[in-house]
Design a protein around this ligand. Structure first.
Ligand code: ZN
Length: 284
């Protein structure tokens, strides 16, 4: 299905900071493939712009991101895009696991890994909902600054699936908090995420951008190469703590769950659509 939505991602450079913003506020910034590739283009542009030292990822509207697009008119899972993250065949025209694995390796796990390796500091600026696919975007960034009314939630276990494709939960929180998050599907308030170390800083919503810019400007004082190498160093440490290998193994479990749903219920998402995710977002 095509959509007439324009500019699903907004891009702006102010000083040394590039602002990349999800721009589907009418759908709480639900992430379809068009958004994914627009994000990738924006990140590439910021990486190639020598004046940009730090990249801020935000979302226009009341919410950062409600997750992957599983029900808006702009849902585009059957469209082809030129692959950027992995070398694989097109998912379009393939069936079953052959299709799902190809698609999710590229637009979910592959893209998030690709963005994690952007050689400039990235800061997620999170307000309101950060649900499922939204977590993947925030977790791919180096830093998270959240408004004190933000919340983080992975309700994907409701589909019988062990969490989102970029399975960073145990590393960005801790194993017990990860289990709580997954087993309950509940919202994790920003304050709790801050206490667990997932969020770097909290700010009142009205001050979120100013606080984020203040931090970004401090980083921008550092030499570009120093920042890039420091980022690589910490990412390597995280990988040595099992992040990368762990995600690979969980990606297999994730696809076993999709396949089970498709085999038993005829739907890889177990019949869970946008309404359920919306309910999850609305539940206080
Ligand atoms: Zn999936």
């Amino acid at each position: 299905m095509t959509t007439d939505e324009e500019d699903v991602v907004a891009y702006e450079v102010r000083g040394a900071i590039a602002f990349v913003r999800l721009n589907r506020p009418q759908y709480r910034n639900a992430q379809n493939s068009k958004v994914t590739y627009a994000l990738d283009a924006a990140f590439t542009r910021a990486t190639n712009d020598d004046t940009v030292k730090v990249i801020v990822l935000g979302g226009n509207g009341d919410h950062f991101c409600a997750g992957h697009d599983i029900g808006t008119p702009g849902r585009d899972i059957h469209e082809s895009f030129e692959r950027k993250a992995v070398i694989w065949w097109d998912h379009v025209g393939a069936e079953g696991v052959d299709s799902r694995f190809a698609r999710e390796s590229e637009v979910y796990l592959g893209m998030c890994r690709r963005w994690r390796e952007i050689p400039k500091p990235t800061i997620a600026m999170v307000q309101g909902a950060c649900i499922a696919g939204g977590l993947m975007l925030a977790w791919s960034c180096d830093f998270i600054v959240a408004s004190d009314d933000a919340f983080f939630q992975d309700p994907v276990v409701r589909m019988g699936i062990p969490g989102v494709e970029y399975f960073a939960h145990p590393w960005v929180t801790n194993p017990r908090a990860a289990k709580e998050m997954l087993f309950t599907g509940d919202r994790m308030p920003a304050q709790r995420a801050y206490e667990l170390g997932m969020v770097n800083h909290l700010a009142p919503r009205a001050e979120l951008e100013a606080r984020t810019v203040e931090i970004a400007e401090r980083m921008a004082q550092m030499p570009r190469l120093g920042l890039a190498l420091a980022k690589k160093a910490v990412n390597q440490a995280e990988d040595l703590q099992g992040l990368r290998a762990g995600m690979d193994s969980v990606f297999g479990l994730h696809h076993a769950a999709h396949a089970h749903n498709a085999e038993v219920q005829g739907d890889s998402l177990a019949g869970v659509g946008i309404a359920s995710i919306r309910d999850a977002g609305d539940r206080s």
